[in-house]
Structures are given as C-alpha cells and as structure tokens.
Design a binder for this molecule. Structure first.
Ligand SMILES: *Cc1c(COP(=O)(O)O)cnc(C)c1O
Length: 393
C-alpha cells in the first residue's frame, strides 16, 4: 500500500538535493511592521501588507460586528443562498472605488483568475499572455482550453507581430497581463496594450493584484495610474494584499459581471467569502475611498528606502513600485545574505531560480505604510552591515 507513495519521498529528496525545497516559517504575532517568526522578533520586509491594513483596528472591529450580526459562514454558493447583503455592499463599494460599472467578489485573487478567463474564452479562441504572468493567470488560461500565445515580457512590438500572425485564426481573443510584476516591480505598458486590443479586436484583461491600494490616485490601481478608466475590459484584483484581508474581485462593464454570475465556475460551485472577510474588505475599501493617507505614506516610505539603498551602493533594479528587489545575482550569496539579515533581526526573503532566472537572485524587500522611519533605518543599517561583510557594497 505504502509503496505506491514512495515516489513522494524521492521527489522531496530531489528538491532538497537541488536546494529548491521550500522551508515554511511560522508567524506567531499579528501581521505588522514587526513579526515574531520562529520565536524571534524581526522587522517585516516581506509581506504584501502594503498599507498595514491586515491588523487595522477598523477592519478588526468591522469583522467582529459582522460576526455578531450575521455569524461566520455563507453556508452556500453565491447562486443558491450564499449571497448575503454584505457581498452586495462590498461589490457596490468596489465598483465605486474602481470607477467601473460593476464588480464581483471571489474567494481569492487566484480564484478570480480561474473563474474569469474560462468564462471569456474557450476552444477556437486565443489568449495572448505575457510570459511572466502570475501562476493563477496561467492556470486560468489552461483551464479555458483556448490556444495560448505567449509574448515576451512587456514587449509591445513582439506582441503586435504575434497578433498579426495569429489573431485571424481565432474566433474571440483575449490579451492578458499582470499589472505589476511582483518579482521586479515593473508594470505593464497598459496604454499600448489598450491600443493593440482595439486595433486587433481583442478583449483586454489586467490582473492588478500588486497595484491595488498602491498605484493610481488613492490606490485605485494601474488603470487609474494611466488614466485609462473605461478602456480596459476586465480588471482583476485581490483583497489579500494591500486590502489586508483575503478575497478577489473582477471589476468592469455590467455585462461582463452579468456573464460571470452565470458562468464563472468558482462562483457557481464554491461557497462565497465568509462574513468577517467580507465585512473587513468592505471596511478596507471605505478607508481607501475616504482618504489617500495610507497610500501617500506607502510612497513616502518607498521613496526614502529606495534613495537610501541606492546611496549605499545597492543595485535595486528597475522597480517603479514599493517592491524593491535588491539584485545580488548569485544564488548562494543571496541565501547567505538573507540568513545574515535574519540574524540581524530583518526578515527579507531570498528569491532565486526557478522563481527568477538563474543568476538573477535577489532579496525582495516589500515596503509598507506601517513602517516607521526608525523601522526603515533599522533595516537600512542591517543591509549596510551585511552588504559590507559580504563584499556587495
Ligand atoms: C497574489 C496574486 C494573485 C493571487 O491573489 P490571492 O488573493 O492571494 O489568491 C493573483 N494574481 C497576481 C498577479 C498576484 O500577485
């Protein structure tokens, strides 16, 4: 009986041998600028809690009140009895925030992609997909059974060539891209993609998971950042990053949302977001709708940290967002750098092959509005000490 599972031992062993085994650290404190990780208090430089909302008292209070009023679970999928008033309020608030006709919530950003892409395209259709798109986009594309044409990262000329060569073969076509690419912090050339989508009669979808709450006025996202409201057919977002909770959504034209309500499989066949999650997400959207304070602070912190890192002599890549990749190149050096930072009380993950190409290893620093200037200085001093000790600067 056990022998049929022996391949797992070998596969895990192989991951260890190749240095690809993922070690999972455990956090024993609330999410915030400082964490207790594996028993040690460390400065948090690696979460997606861009605005510090994950433990914001206003979100906590909203979740508690909602539990007292409505309990915990939705007890059904959205199309049977799981659509609660809170879901509808959240969707109205999201549409107002994003300035789209409508929005639809999902249990996660991952599910939003799995839900949306197969509802829009199928056999006989084509998808033009950036080669660095997120795993959930890739999986959504595969599930759709449409033909996938990958284009080189952010390369608008190459995409045009592929559209010229292939668009005519397809009934419908979709261009899909991440808004912010999370390993380098660069962003999609959205104005050019809008023009190409129009010229070649393609639907255009952007997954703004790392742009939500970060880019554009008050964190309205990449479409706002470029002033392209109303020109991108489908915006996918997550409430698991800057919004500080968990959940995903799609924002766009009313008819797209109407279609997803009929055809998006995770909407039809997987239970709705829980009550406290939904209430906390609604509180987060209202906070962002009311004030740009948190987003402004995030950018202030980002500018300060990046300027200081550059002055220290680090190569911080081409990021235009709070994602700050500290480019080190060598995989072993990067692992050692991360270990030494942890010993200095700074939690910043090493990112190496296969997540990024060989020889492009880096430490990825995630800046948050919740960091104080003293926190950032603590982190900078640790980077300076380890950088000098390892001969990087
Ligand atoms: C994180 C991320 C997701 C997944 O969002 P979850 O809400 O965590 O499931 C989807 N797309 C992109 C581009 C992401 O960065």
């Amino acid at each position: 009986m056990a022998e049929t599972l022996n391949w797992i031992d070998e596969a895990l062993e192989d991951l260890h041998r190749r240095g690809l085994y993922i070690t999972i650290r455990t956090v024993a404190s609330p999410q915030g600028p400082w964490l207790v990780v594996d028993g040690k208090r460390v400065l948090n430089f690696c979460s997606n809690n861009y605005l510090g909302l994950a433990n914001d008292p206003r979100l906590v209070a909203a979740a508690k009140e909602a539990i007292d009023r409505y309990g915990i679970g939705p007890a059904a999928v959205r199309t049977i009895a799981g659509t609660m008033q809170l879901h509808v309020e959240l969707e109205e608030a999201l549409a107002a925030f994003k300035e789209t006709e409508a929005a639809l919530s999902f249990q996660s950003g991952f599910k939003a992609n799995l839900a949306t892409i197969p509802a829009l395209v199928g056999r006989g259709d084509g998808i033009f997909s950036d080669e660095l798109n997120h795993a959930s986009i890739i999986d959504g594309c595969r599930l759709s059974r449409a033909e996938i044409v990958r284009y080189p990262h952010n390369d608008v000329q190459a995409l045009r060539g592929l559209l010229e060569a292939h668009r005519d073969r397809f009934r419908r076509a979709l261009i899909v891209t991440d808004g912010v690419f999370s390993m380098d912090g660069d962003i999609a050339p959205l104005p050019e993609l809008v023009a190409l989508a129009r010229e070649f009669e393609c639907m255009l979808m952007v997954d703004d998971a790392h742009g939500e709450g970060v880019l554009g006025h008050g964190g309205r996202g990449i479409v706002h950042h470029f002033g392209l409201q109303g020109q991108v057919d489908i915006e996918v977002g997550t409430m698991s990053k800057a919004f500080g909770v968990v959940g995903g959504y799609v924002a766009g034209r009313e008819k797209i949302i109407a279609w997803l309500r009929q055809r998006a499989r995770p909407f039809l066949f997987s239970s709705a977001m829980t009550v406290p999650d939904t209430a906390a997400c609604l509180a987060a959207v209202r906070i962002l709708q009311e004030s740009t304070e948190l987003v402004d602070r995030l950018w202030e912190n980002t500018r300060y940290f990046k300027a200081q890192m550059t002055a220290l002599g680090f190569d911080i890549g081409q990021s235009v967002t709070p994602i700050t990749p500290v480019m080190l190149g060598d995989e072993q050096l990067t692992q050692e750098f991360s270990r030494r930072l942890f010993a200095e009380g700074v939690f910043a993950t090493a990112i190496a092959y296969p997540t990024v190409p060989l020889g492009k290893a880096r430490i990825r620093v995630m800046i948050s509005a919740s960091h104080s200037k003293a926190d950032l200085d603590f982190g900078l001093e640790a980077f300076a000490r380890v950088g000098r000790a390892l001969g990087v600067i």
